[in-house]
Design a protein around this ligand. Structure first.
Ligand SMILES: [Fe+2]
Length: 296
């Protein structure tokens, strides 16, 4: 496997490896190590189907089951261990402009980390490009949360060190005016607590853990907490911390949600974009239930 950096701070391209076949323990270790260093790895020229993508992802931990949308007559296009990041219905046609699946997915264009609204959030995400929009666009941007943390001044680091944020998928959707969740969807999606500053286990570097799913900080008035999150997100997504991935056919991109944020960018919604994600779950919550942390 050959690693070529794609950005001065993080993100790299991985060539000379076929991730659709069985990998050796050495290859798995090599990928893990590259992930700990670069946090975003773009595997080029892959030919991968859903089953092989799941198999590759499972080398790195258990897979998440995708969030269920409780709608009458809703037929998911993909297996429950796959997240459908396309703009397609179950027959492969582009979704109508007002389809709830499309409206729900607009929040993917806000800066976020995957599954921070779950008590045990995501470790890695793996996204495979099947069909790219003919008219271009649809880049995925990544922001380096370890570098952004390193550059904070000492007073800010001390102030935020023990903050615990409340994350809910409703926050990111409501920000865009999408509140059409039925009772079934609301149940089982209760808000969860996540630390704001975490130590990335593979590199032992501290990282900001931010996402548009975060709506408040425990112990702070809501506007103060929300403003703190907005300020930190603005800081952490300055161009110097961002790598923009222009997708090529055959790309499979893997990222570490514990130390990066990402967002999708615009493409013509009438243009087919078929992307499929597997999500590797982490093992433990970020907040210890026995020792709750408080602001101040
Ligand atoms: Fe995402």
């Amino acid at each position: 496997m050959k690693i070529t950096p794609l950005h001065p701070l993080f993100a790299a391209e991985a060539t000379g490896i076929d991730i659709s076949v069985d990998l050796t323990p050495d290859q798995i270790a090599e990928i893990r190590e590259a992930m700990d260093t670069y946090a975003v790895l773009a595997f080029r020229e892959q030919t991968i189907d859903d089953a092989r993508q799941r198999r590759f992802s499972e080398y790195f931990g258990p897979l998440e089951t995708s969030r269920k949308l409780h709608r009458k007559g809703y037929v998911p296009r993909l297996d429950t261990k796959m997240s459908d990041i396309s703009n397609l219905d179950e027959t492969g046609r582009p979704l109508a402009k007002d389809d709830f699946r499309l409206l729900n997915m607009y929040a993917n264009r806000l800066w976020h980390t995957d599954s921070s609204f779950k008590r045990i959030p995501a470790r890695y995400s793996v996204l495979a490009a099947h069909v790219l929009p003919r008219g271009g666009g649809g880049n995925t941007e990544f922001a380096d949360m370890r570098a952004a943390y390193d550059d904070l001044d000492g007073a800010t680091k001390a102030r935020i060190e023990n903050y615990v944020c409340i994350h809910s998928i409703m926050n990111s959707r409501e920000r865009l005016g999408y509140t059409d969740f039925d009772e079934g969807e609301r149940t089982g999606l209760s808000p969860v607590r996540q630390v704001l500053v975490r130590t990335h286990p593979g590199s032992q570097r501290k990282s900001l853990y931010l996402a548009s799913h975060a709506g408040s900080i425990e112990g702070l008035p809501v506007p103060e907490g929300r403003m703190t999150l907005i300020d930190l997100t603005e800081h952490a997504t300055q161009p110097k911390y961002v790598y923009s991935h222009a997708w090529r056919p055959g790309d499979v991109v893997m990222w570490d949600n514990r130390c990066t944020m990402h967002r999708g960018r615009w493409h013509d919604p009438g243009d087919i974009r078929d992307m499929r994600r597997t999500t590797v779950s982490d093992e433990i919550p970020t907040v210890s239930e026995d020792a709750p942390r408080r602001a101040g």
